[in-house]
Design a protein. Sequence first.
Length: 255
Amino acid sequence: MSGRALSFGTIAEAYERFRPGYPAELFDVVMAYAGQPVSTALEIGAGTGKATRVLARRGVSVTATDPDAAMLAELRKHVPPGVRTARAAFEELRPDGRFGLVYAAAALHWTDPAGRWSRVAGLLEPGGVFASFGRPVGLADPAVEEAVRAARAPFLESDGVPSPDGTPQGHDMQWPGTELQRSEWFDGVRQSVLESRLTMSADDFVGYLSTVSAYIVLPQPQRAQVFRRILRVLPGTVELSADIVVHLARRRTEV
């Protein structure tokens, strides 16, 4: 697992404060796909529990896993009683039993691609559902986006995470749907988008950027400098595109 993947514990409280959560509608999308009640779920890379709480509040028995103790400590402050936690990377998981749902929220790209889908399948009941969703946040105004890009350019060429399999943006099927379609373990692959716009103050947007791995791993003096440069080019309030991209698939009953 990369250093960027393990960098979030240093900013767990900021992650909880500035990262947008997930709407109850997400639960409805996953359950509609499942087509039957789901009683047990395991989350890969749960972070501070932004997704965990959506399912747990609807009665699902969730086991939240993350390799970072600080992230799990923050998670426990915010999730309903009864959520189980386990400090472990995805590749280390050896749970008792299998789950009706395994899901990852903006975390799957940090996992080891070697054997990824056989490991996910091993956590699922036959016919169980896998869900992956993320909420990439971007500036809605192209002029503001370009000003921020220019401000960070001396420090970072990009602050995003590239597609793990090289699928270009705008392709009909995005990653991880592309990998799921090629996997012998899954069928019924579906991609959907929950459209969303958010508004933040400039300070809160920089707070959000402070939780992005590309900035976290910068040396502190450079990180402080790039945030000052970005803050100078932002209007007082920024509009953000924050669509939730959801990928769903079903574990084959026979492989």
